[in-house]
Design a protein around this ligand. Structure first.
Ligand code: SAJ
Length: 422
């Protein structure tokens, strides 16, 4: 069993073992929701940063000081980082003191980890890796990815890990919508391939992380991150199962949860349309894949959360059958409030399924620009509210909170998030 060592002033490494140039160069592989904020934060802290992305449009947009994703204050940070010359985007990596891998780690249709992006990024940096470099995998990854994928593919054969080159896993933990804040303030777990690797990575992260830093092995850091998201998935799964049970028993799930949460040791989360995003709906499968026979609870929570959108679609269809071809207004496509992220979104899945079933659907998401979304037409909130007989609240964006009660009272309402409760 690996012990997680707490960072204390006494354990802070000596300056000579962590020495790095006054202004280190950093190459960030992947400029998505984690890579771009990380690259920008580092650039504004004086690091000389090259951000690498395979998408030419992303590289061009960033080099113009603009952003391709929605995240509070990121536009200001990127404009400043690019304007100062500290952040450049590129198609290919460059030689650097530190390489940070922030690429996607998706799952396949049958829930197996797809490590092709980590493999590709590792292979691409290998010719550039030199003695003294630090390589950090930030992407949430299945157990032993750092050891079995990054080390063999990224470290040149003539360099020894822990002596010449340092390899660590430092999983990102930021919450979309609060990324810039949490990237700096959250505590971090750093898993080194060796203790020297962990200390080298700690010295780097201490330069921009205000939270506490804990070091452990690379595999323990990988498992810790997966456990965090699986814990949340299991708890949301409990709330979602409860909401379906409450429907059958004809009681209000939110009232039950509110009352149960008055118990000093009960804290049930909020049911919703399902679990989306690229983290919680994906990461638990990495643990299930690692030990299928030992993870029935984690698997079951995934299945419960994946079932919830279908449960709601059937419920909405039943309501629609009471009308003659009603307009169903779907409010929100993003996977959660006040973000533009559509990845694995149950809100999008429900809207799609209703359209596929032949219903007249009017959809609205103030965070998804119509020019970036061409699957079906998007409408303004006022239009959707005015024209629909059935109003389905799917994502709790703040713009939806103020739909007047008298308007709601004229509609059949399905509030999957409970934001319109009296
Ligand atoms: N949700 C509910 N009910 C709740 C809470 C969430 O239905 O009570 C739903 C959301 O609507 C959303 C999904 O769950 O569809 C996940 O949302 P989230 O806000 O719980 O988490 P993410 O996926 O945005 O970010 C998570 C965070 N992990 C944890 O909170 C343990 C974040 O800290 C991680 O950095 C991130 O995953 C990641 O990148 O792994």
């Amino acid at each position: 069993m690996n012990e997680v060592a707490t960072a204390t002033p006494e354990t802070t490494p000596q300056a000579d073992s962590t020495a790095k140039p006054a202004k280190a160069t950093v190459c960030v592989m992947g400029l998505g929701y984690i890579g771009l904020p990380t690259a920008s934060i580092l650039a504004t802290r004086g690091f000389d940063v090259t951000g690498v992305d395979v998408r030419p449009d992303v590289v061009d947009t960033i080099n113009q000081g603009r952003i391709h994703i929605e995240e509070p204050d990121l536009d200001i940070l990127v404009r400043s980082a690019v304007g100062s010359g500290q952040l450049k985007a590129a198609h290919e990596p460059v030689a650097a003191d530190i390489f940070i891998i922030c690429v996607p780690t998706p799952i396949t249709e049958d829930h197996r980890p797809d490590l092709s992006y980590v493999e590709q990024a590792s292979k691409t940096i290998k010719p550039l890796v030199r003695a003294g470099n630090l390589i950090v995998l930030e992407s949430t990854s299945p157990p032993q990815t750092t050891q079995n994928v990054v080390v063999p593919l990224a470290v040149p054969d003539d360099l020894t890990v822990g002596e010449d080159v340092f390899v660590a896993h430092c999983p990102e933990r930021v919450l979309p919508g609060r990324i810039l804040l949490e990237a700096v303030q959250n505590d971090r777990v750093i898993g080194g391939m060796t203790p020297a690797c962990a200390e080298r990575a700690r010295a780097f992260y201490e330069e921009f992380v205000a939270g506490e830093i804990f070091t452990t092995s690379a595999t323990a850091a990988e498992v810790t991150k997966l456990v965090e998201n699986s814990y949340r998935d299991v708890n949301i799964g409990f709330a979602n199962e409860l909401s379906m049970l409450a429907d059958r028993l004809d009681v209000d799930p939110l009232e039950i949860i509110q009352l149960a949460n008055r118990h000093p040791r009960v804290n049930i989360l909020t049911p919703g349309p399902g679990v989306g995003g690229h983290c919680i709906s994906v990461d638990p499968w990495f643990l299930v894949h690692a030990a299928p026979d030992l993870t029935p609870l984690i698997r079951m929570a995934r299945e419960v959360n994946d079932r919830k959108p279908h449960f709601l679609v059937e419920h909405i269809k039943k309501l629609a059958s009471q009308f003659n071809s009603p307009v169903i207004g779907c409010l929100g496509l993003a996977y959660k409030a006040d973000v533009d992220d559509l990845r694995e979104s149950p809100s999008l899945e429900i809207t799609r399924d209703l359209i596929a079933a032949g219903h007249r659907v009017m959809a609205c998401d103030p965070y998804v620009p119509a020019e970036r979304f061409n699957e079906f037409p998007l409408h303004r909130l006022e239009e959707v509210v005015a024209q629909s007989q059935i109003l389905v609240l799917l994502t709790d964006h703040r713009q939806f909170k103020n739909v007047p009660r008298r308007v709601l009272e004229e509609k059949v309402v399905v509030d999957t998030r409970g934001i319109w409760r009296r």
